[in-house]
Structure formats: structure tokens, C-alpha cells
Write a protein that binds this ligand. Structure first.
Ligand code: SF4
Length: 431
């Protein structure tokens, strides 16, 4: 059963009288488990819908949907599938105490993998889930492979029950499912020959493996650092040699690189990033793969439109310490095109410790400390990925509370285009 959260005005759902709290029980006699059932089973033009109103009334609708008229129903969030693994490098273990409860949820949910590109391990699939993946063609899925050797993968996941990943991927691939995959690189465990084996096994699965990324393990002061450590510069360089080996082969044989290093892997290896063209459609940019080049591409396409809005201004670009060294190459063309002056403001993570360098995990208090005395800035751009949907930073500081305490206007930005594209004075907290 799924429940209605909201109904858009002028939608078919509103015309039927569906309202928040209505239980969506079944479509064509088939019980609804989650948003996937709802979306796929109501995609037909004609279907029977069984609901239970907030007052408890059972209603059966015989729906003939006029073309182009959507149901307009937003559902309550699904119950998240919990993870069956216990990785030593789990981000949940890396959280300090006393954050908000959702940050301690270990989710491993193939449905969110399909919908949002979250990486899942597929270790908690029931036969019924596998049937749904195939029936609804949930493709592509984003899968954390880490290692194709079953023993190494089970060790990494701390899950002796984890099924073998290669037969699992092959079985889905034979039924039309494709995958973007990742390897979180844990030095001494799945690097070196293990990484070569993993990349070779994934390559051998052919076209259904759309891409693989190699991402250095990310740890905080609170992680199980007695059990897992970050890779050294030389280990990152060795991993990049494996990436180069397989991507060169893929370009020659398949016409596209297929195998990518995360931006962070290049950064930690102290090696230059590949050009933007290397990343194709930037399929794994949300995973930090090609994110810098994507940003540059977006800016290059739009920078002329901003000249008037920010000409002569001093703009603070606030980011984590990982991205800070890369940002000058991003903002220099923007400064040349607009006449604005950009200052990169690297912010150390005061909540997780300085080893956490990504902008998305910076607490509001760290932004506050970095900006509260900066009366010389006309505008500050803050990383939009540092707030959740309710515009709360990870330490629960609200974005508007922070903005009210800072001496300059601030805007949330994923990629500059979203924040600087607005007119002057417009859209503080645009995300
Ligand atoms: S798969 Fe590993 S890293 Fe991901 S949530 Fe589970 S335990 Fe944490």
C-alpha cells in the first residue's frame, strides 16, 4: 500500500477527488507496494484503481485517462531498503554522533538506484525484487561492485552471504538490464591485481556494463581507521594506470573510454584531469567522476550571459578543501568574461575533521565561521549539495538562518549557472 502525499491541481488525481492521506491500494487488482508499482501500473490509458479514502471509504475507479493528462499524485516517501552489509568504510560509521536520524540510515535500495542513481550492492535482493527489476526494466542500475572476486567482495562488504556479483550482473544483463558500476578503492584489498581482475571481469560482461568508475575510499575521523586507510599518492597513481589500461582498450574496441577515475583519484594522485570530451555524457558526475570538467563545460556555455549581473563584483566561491585547488581553472574564464573578481574560499570540515574534504559534507557552522567577517565580498556562492531538501546543512543549521547572519548576499549553487544566471539581487538560496 502507498499513500498520497499531495495532489497537483488540474490533474486527473484531483479530478477523481484523491487527497493527501488517501491510500492507493491496488491497480487492476494488483496490490501496490511502492512508487514503482504506482508509476508502472498506472502508465496504461485504462486501468482500475482501488483506493481507501482518509475517512476509510473503499472506492474503485474505472479510469480511462485522456492522453497527456497525468495523475498528478505525489506519494509519501517509500520505506527505504536497509543495507545488509557492514563495510569498514561505511559513511554512516564516519558520521559524528548527534546528527539528524536519517543520516544514520544505511540504505541499499535498487529502487533508488534506478530513480536517483544511488549506488546499491544488490546484496539484499529477494526473488520478488529480481522479478520486478526485469518486469519493470529498471535500467540502468548503479551498482557498487568493489571487487568481482567473491571472497574479496564479501570481505569488503563484511557480508559472508553476499551473492557473487558477476553471475548476478550477467543474469540481469541477459534480460535487458544495464549498469553503471563503481569500485571504491580500498588499498591493500581491492587495488593492484584485484582491481585489474575486477575491471577485466566487468569488461568481459560487454555492453550491459555501461561504465565503471574507480573512487578512492573516503574516510572521516570517526571511520574505522584501525581497519581501513586512505590510499597513498602512489596507490592512486597505480589505480589510474589500471584505469588508463582499460579505458585505452575500450576506446580502441568500443569507441568510448568506459572506465573512469573519480576526480578525487586524480587529485590524490596529483595528476591532471582528462579533458571534458573524455567523459561523454558525464554519466557518473554525481559520483564525482568528471564533475570538474562538467562544471567548466556548463560555465563555458553560459558565461557571456552573466557579465552585466556580476561585472565588477567580488564573489566568494566557498567550497571544500578537495575542490579548492581545482577551482581557479574553473573561475578564471568566468572572471575574464564578466569582469567580476572571484575568490576561492576553502573551508575545512569542523564536524567530520579535516580529512573530509568534499563540499557536500560541510556543516553550516563552518560556512558561518568562514564568512561572518568577510565584509569585502559582494556575494558568496555556497555549494548547494551541502543542504538537504529542507535547506538544512548537515549540522541542522537552516540556510536562511545562516544567510541572515552573514554580511553579504549568499546563493546556493551547484554549478554557478544556477546561481549567477539570476538577475542582480535575485534568488538568494537559489539551488
Ligand atoms: S553498502 Fe557498505 S557503505 Fe553502503 S550503506 Fe551498506 S555498509 Fe554502508
Amino acid at each position: 500500500m502507498v499513500r498520497v502525499h499531495a495532489v497537483a491541481p488540474d490533474s486527473l488525481g484531483a479530478a477523481l477527488g484523491l487527497s493527501p492521506g488517501t491510500e492507493l491500494v491496488a491497480v487492476n487488482g494488483r496490490a501496490l507496494e511502492d512508487f514503482l508499482d504506482w508509476e508502472f501500473l498506472t502508465a496504461e490509458e485504462h486501468f482500475m484503481l482501488h483506493v481507501r479514502s482518509p475517512a476509510g471509504e473503499e472506492i474503485e475507479y474505472d479510469i480511462e485517462r485522456p492522453e497527456g493528462w497525468g495523475m498528478g499524485v505525489t506519494l509519501e516517501p517509500p520505506r527505504i531498503r536497509r543495507c545488509a552489509n557492514h563495510c569498514d568504510f561505511c559513511f554512516v560509521d564516519g558520521n559524528p554522533g548527534e546528527l539528524r536520524a536519517p543520516l544514520y540510515i544505511r540504505d541499499d535500495d535498487y529502487r533508488l538506484s534506478f530513480r536517483y542513481g544511488n549506488f546499491a550492492t544488490l546484496t539484499n535482493l529477494k526473488p520478488w525484487d529480481m522479478e520486478r527489476i526485469i518486469e519493470y526494466r529498471l535500467s540502468p542500475l548503479y551498482v557498487s561492485v568493489h571487487a568481482t572476486d567473491p571472497t574479496v567482495r564479501r570481505w569488503l562488504l563484511r557480508n559472508p552471504e553476499a551473492p557473487e556479483i558477476v553471475p548476478q550482473l550477467r543474469g540481469f544483463a541477459e534480460r535487458g538490464i544495464a549498469f553503471h558500476t563503481q569500485v571504491v578503492l580500498v588499498p591493500g584489498v581491492n587495488d593492484g591485481p584485484e582491481l585489474e581482475r575486477t575491471l577485466g571481469d566487468l569488461y568481459a560482461l560487454g555492453a550491459p556494463i555501461l561504465s565503471v568508475s574507480v573512487v578512492p575510499v573516503a574516510l572521516t575521523e570517526f571511520s574505522k581507521i584501525e581497519k581501513v586507510r586512505p590510499p597513498t599518492r602512489d596507490e592512486c597513481r597505480a589505480a589510474l594506470r589500471s584505469v588508463a589500461h582499460w579505458s585505452t582498450r575500450a576506446v580502441a574496441e568500443r569507441g568510448a573510454p568506459w572506465c573512469f577515475g573519480a576526480d578525487d583519484l586524480y587529485l590524490q594522485a596529483d595528476e591532471p584531469l582528462p579533458p571534458a570530451e573524455w567523459y561523454g555524457d558525464f554519466e557518473q558526475r554525481e559520483n564525482g567522476v568528471g564533475a570538474v570538467r562538467y562544471l567548466q563545460t556548463r560555465i563555458a556555455a553560459r558565461r557571456d550571459r552573466w557579465a552585466a549581473a556580476i561585472a565588477g563584483k567580488r564573489v566568494g566561491v566557498v567550497t571544500g578543501t578537495a575542490m579548492a585547488p581545482l577551482m581557479p581553472q574553473v573561475v578564471e574564464p568566468l572572471a575574464a568574461a564578466t569582469g567580476a573578481r572571484f575568490e576561492i574560499v576553502p573551508v575545512e570540515n569542523t564536524l567530520f575533521g579535516p580529512s573530509v574534504t568534499t563540499a557536500g559534507l560541510l556543516p553550516g557552522a563552518a560556512f558561518h565561521a568562514a564568512l561572518v567577517d568577510r565584509r569585502d565580498l559582494d556575494l558568496a556562492l555556497l555549494p548547494a549539495e551541502a543542504v538537504n531538501d529542507d535547506l538544512l546543512f548537515i549540522d541542522d543549521l537552516a540556510a536562511d538562518t545562516l544567510a541572515a547572519e552573514l554580511p553579504m548576499p549568499v546563493r546556493l549553487s551547484y554549478d554557478f549557472v544556477d546561481a549567477l544566471g539570476a538577475g542582480e539581487g535575485e534568488g538568494e538560496w537559489k539551488g
